[in-house]
Design a protein around this ligand. Structure first.
Ligand code: SF4
Length: 407
């Protein structure tokens, strides 16, 4: 989970497989860490302890409990981490029980996938092997974006590394590989993929040329959704070129239906030729798709420029100002003391509000919360939200929304 990263890390494989130039380009930008990353590392360490307590043998319980107590004093500790670690271990138990015979279970195994990716290595959170099957689990603490296991190159590289690692013991008895991503803060259902060892190895062979190009600095730039975590995303010229080309809307409107010369004509001339002046729904769909990356890129540019100006650099045409702020009391306790002294009652000064569902769940604990309150929990359908058609959620159903929560 923690530790140094390879030049072509498994966690960034989605990026370097799509943009083979990225690793060399990124190398010139310093590696940074964030509170989210530190929080994730801490949550991983707690998961590791919970998993050891469940599956370990001959454990020094005293030592393990002392380690846990130390983690609970860490800066980013949140009691929610104990719940997510419990969910992680519950998933591991469920997986272990799905094997016909008790599997061999091991935590935190450093694996080497350099047969496919130069100098590639990484750490598997948990590996289970038995009855011809190898299962690896990866815990993710993030709650922003759901990470899917299907087609996930990070998981496949870990699986290739795990196959190599345990090949000496299990030989070629392992025929299938399954991979599970447990991301309890975003979904109670882990995402999984299963494939044969032959399929996995064929995939590994297929990415070798890309890994080689990325490693040797012979890669090609290709921008897309994978730019999101690239350290050079704001200053990358290739990404800028791709996105600034999108600003020319004329290239994207009615390309299939109207000749470019007609598309460029003023509206009156188009109308005279019987070409509609309104965007069709097809055109709007096409513009929305092309514009999605443009919006993300623009926001990355803004973030970069803000940081650069705060560091004392000049970004022509821009400056940094203080944003809007709301009035606040400098000393809240003193304010209330003063108001009480002049005769205001607590009834006038205080609000007594029930906690939110999530707040109560935090106080009561997930299990007890479910046991006591499951009959009272409804899940109204969310507001209609426009997403890309590749999104895995079911399409919005207005009729079902009308009856959501009605029993
Ligand atoms: S920003 Fe995107 S296109 Fe540029 S190097 Fe990074 S991943 Fe490649």
């Amino acid at each position: 989970m923690a530790g140094t990263h390879a030049f072509l890390s498994a966690s960034s494989a989605h990026r370097w497989l799509n943009c083979t130039a990225a690793p060399s380009f990124e190398a010139q930008f310093p590696k940074t860490t964030s509170a989210y990353a530190d929080e994730g590392t801490l949550a991983h360490s707690i998961c590791e302890i919970y998993a050891k307590r469940k599956f370990g043998v001959n454990l020094d319980r005293k030592k393990i409990n002392a380690e846990l107590a130390k983690l609970k004093r860490a800066e980013y500790y949140d009691p929610e981490m104990l719940e997510t670690a419990t969910t992680y271990v519950e998933y591991l138990v469920e997986k272990a029980m799905s094997f016909p015979n008790s599997p061999y279970v091991v935590q935190e195994i450093k694996v080497d996938f350099s047969d496919y990716v130069p100098q590639g290595f990484g750490t598997c959170d948990c590996v289970m092997i038995g009855d011809g099957k190898l299962h690896i689990t990866d815990y993710k603490h993030g709650k922003g974006v759901k990470v899917e296991a299907v087609g996930n190159p990070q998981m496949r590289l870990y699986a290739l590394g795990a196959l190599k690692h345990f090949g000496a013991i299990f030989g070629d008895t392992i025929k299938t590989v399954s991979m599970g991503i447990c991301q309890p803060r975003i979904s109670e259902y882990p995402s999984e993929e299963e494939m044969t060892v032959d399929e996995l190895r064929a995939w590994g062979e297929s990415i070798k040329p890309l890994a080689d190009a990325a490693y040797n600095g012979r890669g090609e730039y290709h921008s897309g959704a994978w730019c999101k975590f690239c350290r050079g995303k704001a200053q990358c010229k290739a990404r800028a070129d791709a996105n600034s080309a999108l600003a020319d809307f004329k290239d994207f409107i009615t390309p299939d239906k109207v000749a470019p010369e007609i598309a460029k004509l003023p509206q009156e001339a188009r109308a005279a030729l019987g070409v509609p002046n309104m965007l069709t729904d097809e055109e709007i769909g096409s513009l929305l798709k092309q514009g999605a990356e443009l919006v993300k890129w623009y926001s990355d540019l803004q973030e970069y420029a803000l940081g650069a100006i705060l560091e004392g650099k000049t970004v022509p045409g821009f400056k940094v100002v203080a944003g809007k702020s709301a009035r606040a009391f400098s000393d809240e306790a003193k304010v209330f003391e003063l108001l009480r002294n002049v005769g205001y009652t607590d009834e006038q000064l205080m609000e007594h509000k029930p906690k939110t569902l999530a707040g109560l769940e935090k106080v009561i604990g997930k299990k007890q919360f479910g046991a006591l309150l499951s009959d009272y929990i409804i899940k109204p359908m969310g507001k209609p939200t426009l997403v890309d058609e590749s999104d895995k959620r079911e399409p919005y159903n207005a009729a079902a929304a009308d009856f959501a929560g009605v029993t």
